[in-house]
Design a protein. Structure first.
Length: 256
């Protein structure tokens, strides 16, 4: 009986290790093909930028896209900077400025005469989950957190600590690359969000439109987050793009 339990435990450990290695390998390949590992992959950021423009066109149309991008560009740029990382933009030499605004603090007046401060709009954006770029939800760190939740101490002992040690020297640079990718997504998302509020939508309505157009990569079921996202390359992007494509096909087929 003891021997059988030992064999069963060993098989389970091998299976769990294989799952962990496979998930990490997929994440590393995904990062290497997009933001780049240790280098700046300019082609990815250009493709991501134009991809967001096409998504906005599909969801908002040409007029709506132009209006969203030109409505409050300075405020949107400030908000994207303030959403950078957990504490805001990090400047060189270790200085952290969580409330850095390159264009100074801005205000926005809606068509109904309501005045929105930059702080109020940022709070509304965070409350409605606007800061959910592809690599914030698909990064190696996010995958590690998922497996730690599922497999607990084994993941800490066998995978997390060695990976943390190995990646520590380059993690700062990789964080910058991933946050830059999230910033591209956030600019499209926040442009849509701010413009919708400016023209009379509630924060909830504006957030729903922004998530449809610029995708909410965190809005997945537990099964999708645990299995599909970890083992199917770019699953969350394909999943959200399918939602936008079907919605556009039904409501505005001429935009396809």
């Amino acid at each position: 009986m003891l021997a059988q339990r030992g064999v069963t435990g060993s098989v389970r450990t091998v299976v769990e290790f294989g799952k962990g290695v496979a998930a990490f390998t997929i994440a590393a390949n995904r990062i290497g093909m997009t933001t780049g590992i240790g280098i700046f992959n300019a082609a990815y950021y250009a493709g991501n930028f134009f991809g967001n423009l096409f998504q906005m066109y599909a969801g908002l149309g040409l007029t709506g896209s132009v209006r969203s991008l030109s409505s409050e560009p300075a405020m949107v740029a400030n908000l994207v900077c303030r959403m950078w990382g957990p504490e805001g933009v990090r400047l060189p030499f270790g200085r952290s400025v969580g409330a850095w605004t390159p264009f100074g603090r801005r205000t926005m007046v809606t068509t109904r005469g309501v005045v929105w401060s930059e702080d109020a709009l940022l709070q509304a954006a965070r409350e409605h989950g606007m800061n959910s770029g592809f690599f914030k939800s698909q990064s190696t760190h996010a995958l590690i957190l998922d497996f730690k939740r599922l497999h607990g101490s084994w993941w800490d002992r066998m995978v997390s600590e060695p990976i943390d040690t190995a990646l520590a020297p380059g993690r700062g640079f990789m964080d910058i690359l991933m946050e830059a990718g999230a910033g591209v997504d956030n600019f499209a998302r926040m442009s849509t969000f701010a413009d919708a509020i400016k023209h009379g939508a509630s924060p909830t309505e504006a957030a729903a439109l922004a998530r449809l157009v610029a995708f909410d990569y965190n809005a997945m079921t537990d099964f999708e987050r645990t299995w599909m996202r970890n083992f199917v390359m770019f699953y969350s992007y394909m999943r959200k793009n399918m939602d936008l494509t079907w919605d556009t096909l039904i409501t505005n087929p001429h935009r396809i």
